[in-house]
Design a protein around this ligand. Sequence first.
Ligand SMILES: [Zn+2]
Length: 310
Amino acid sequence: MSDGAIIEEFILEPGTGKAIEILQGQKLRIEQLEGGQCADFNCFNLHDYKEFFHTGRTRHMHGLHPTKGDFLWSAPPRERPMMYILEDTTGTNDVLYPRCSAFLYEFQYGLPVHTNCHDMQAEAQREFGLTPDDVHDSFNFFMHTGVDSDGRPYIARQTAKKGDYVELIAMFDVLAVPNVCGADVMATSDFSFKPLRIVVSMSNEAEREMIPRIPILGSQRKPKDFRNAVIKADRELQRDLSYRPEFINYPIQTKELEITLSDEEYEALQALKGTGNYGKTDGEALRYIFFSWWIEKFMKGPKHFEDLKT
Ligand SMILES: [Zn+2]
């Protein structure tokens, strides 16, 4: 497929969502047709739906408002970059609020019948055999949120204008599920519903080169690493009488290590310790140094975009 070629293009109407296969290196664009519309979004590994986008890890890595240059990460224990945000012309996204649901509108607004993101996600992904229990917390594109001085989250009015868009590159084959957020009784989409434009296209080499280097680590576990890799098909939970615990890295082992530092290194260690932010003992401050060393190495890791194929 030639770079930049459009693969699919359609309008996502209010009240709906769509599950779309985005293959590795393909781009998904979500664009404002009128402005001021939130798009809830989820994605799954196309070849293993148990690996899915995780708001928690993404929030940890990139903060409450991930934007251009950030990744959408999968849930532990997989924890791989699933999609890369190549462009974001608005810069207001949210990974703090969960998807809206039927319960929310009935409980908080007295509306027993109302469009909602959970039901839209569930219906869209039903096309691929997934159930309502397989919907996960969403990435809320264009949603303008913050946290007040008391630590409470709030939703502000939209800043997304007509023509604003986000563009994501798939790091491996994914099933992407965008939907037009079903909230018209709050500021999420400025109290009304508007359609969104969806475009799937092939990225070009320059765009793929923009993706930062992320190493592939043994701690990013795969089903072959699981003690139980079988997906449970029935609903009842029952004790396995043959179960014997085998916790990883247990019992925990500790070992005293002697470390030789140059005068310069020792001085730097004492300075670090003196800030009071990195522990009270030499050993505690050293842990921080190891961490910094790892980050340095991490940033110089090998380019591996092609190696992420599942
Ligand atoms: Zn919603």
